[in-house]
Design a binder for this molecule. Structure first.
Ligand code: GCO
Ligand code: MG
Length: 397
């Protein structure tokens, strides 16, 4: 069996997604996804760039092809290439499943659970709105809920500036004091109203210094978080010990990691409880599976990143993997089935029922890409907001 062609697509039905189809001489093709929010055309070009190396090779040799794409160029790793590698790797697993006539999770070890536990995004402008929003998630069957006051940075976002030129991002201004004080307060309210048992989490989105993050984790300890996410930037690697030792608030990080080398020191140090990687940005199912094996003896569970920019194919890869690994924790859930258009462009996204995500039983990843329809929604450049401190210094969003 041989790979005959690799097609790359950029589409924007609701937001930008990068899709690949890997074709074979057996008449079977596999689909994969290479979306990297804001950098989609660069990943698409990286996939096109490596594709000639793959033509004529046996698509069933997923390990060897992973190594080939990782090692071919001497320069390796990083979000662009690891996402390009992920797109191809997912498509190869899709092909393998279609050959075997089995869903991918069966090839990875079968079902270890009925479905993958999910969390939804609750939020509001004040504590009562957040409480109502959390309740609405619980009513819809969610067992784990993220709670945010406003956007990332919460009340720490103290001002805004319009874009410098049309079509570029606005700037937000962040100062930590209001954020640090208001976050434990709204959790106190949620615990008073909802009790201690419901599983709640919070995303700091990397906005704090190490000592601020340690302080916040300590203040939140009485409210028993499911986890505190991205309390630090990944660059602050040497400060995890400080945050870890400040409290027993469980910690999660890793949504912008691109491979095992980012994860291992955090596992070995015993600094985290949940790892937020997902196949999409770490080189696919092949690598994400190995990372979760490395995590297991360190008692680290998955909390796969699943914002709306992790599209329906990448979501499906995440769900198949977490159906089987013993250390599945929770999946951040975006309900793509709510959009009829997305269901037509990507027939069909995973289902959500009773708080759990379930993969389709169709062979492979159980999802396809309708290229004719996708082509009607061309790529539109989009940006993350910019964040600065009030004195004008560039900050992280
Ligand atoms: C999350 C994330 C996202 C990211 C986004 C970046 O936990 O859901 O932090 O909202 O900001 O995925 O592309
Ligand atoms: Mg996050």
């Amino acid at each position: 069996m041989k790979i005959t062609a690799i097609d790359v697509f950029l589409t924007c039905p609701t937001r930008n997604y990068v899709v690949v189809k890997v074709h074979t001489d057996a008449g079977i093709y596999g689909v994969g996804e290479g979306t990297l929010n804001g950098s989609e055309p660069i990943v698409a070009e990286a996939i096109r760039h490596v594709s000639p190396l793959l033509i004529g090779r046996d698509p069933r040799n997923t390990e060897d092809l992973w190594s080939l794409i990782y090692h071919w160029g001497y320069w390796r790793g990083g979000p662009i290439y690891m996402t390009a590698l992920a797109a191809i790797d997912m498509a190869l697993w899709d092909i393998k499943g279609k050959i075997a006539n089995l869903p991918v999770y069966q090839l990875l070890g079968g079902a270890s659970r009925r479905g993958v536990l999910c969390y939804g995004h609750a939020g509001g402008r004040d504590e009562v709105e957040i409480e109502d929003s959390v309740r609405s998630f619980l009513e819809r069957g969610y067992r784990v809920v993220r709670a945010q006051l406003g956007n990332y940075g919460g009340l720490g976002i103290v001002g805004h500036e319009p874009p410098v030129t049309e079509g570029t991002p606005p700037t937000h201004f962040f100062e930590p004091a209001k954020y640090l004080v208001s976050t434990p307060r709204f959790f106190e309210h949620l615990r008073e109203k909802l009790g201690m048992e419901v599983d709640l989490l919070h995303d700091v989105h990397e906005q704090l210094t190490p000592i601020e993050a340690a302080w916040l984790a300590k203040q939140l300890e009485p409210y028993r978080l499911f986890f505190l996410e991205d309390a630090l930037r990944p660059e602050h690697r040497n400060s995890w010990k400080l945050v870890r030792e400040a409290s027993t608030t469980p910690l999660a990080i890793g949504e912008i990691f691109s491979g095992r080398w980012d994860c291992l020191p955090l596992f070995q140090g015993g600094f985290i409880d949940y790892i937020r990687i997902k196949p999409l940005h770490v080189g696919g199912i092949t690598e994400a599976r190995k990372i979760m094996m490395l995590a297991e003896p360190y008692n680290v569970r998955s909390a796969f990143h699943g914002a709306a920019d992790i599209g329906p194919i990448a979501q499906s890869a995440s769900i198949h993997l977490q159906m089987t690994i013993p250390n599945s924790g929770v999946q951040e859930w975006t309900d793509f089935r709510k959009s009829d258009l997305l269901c037509e462009v990507f027939p069909s996204p995973c289902r959500f029922s009773d708080g759990l995500a379930v993969p389709n039983e169709a062979p492979g990843l159980g999802i396809d890409y309708n290229e004719e329809l996708g082509a009607r929604y061309p790529y539109k450049q989009a940006w993350m907001p910019l964040v600065r401190r009030q004195d004008g210094t560039m900050h992280v969003y």
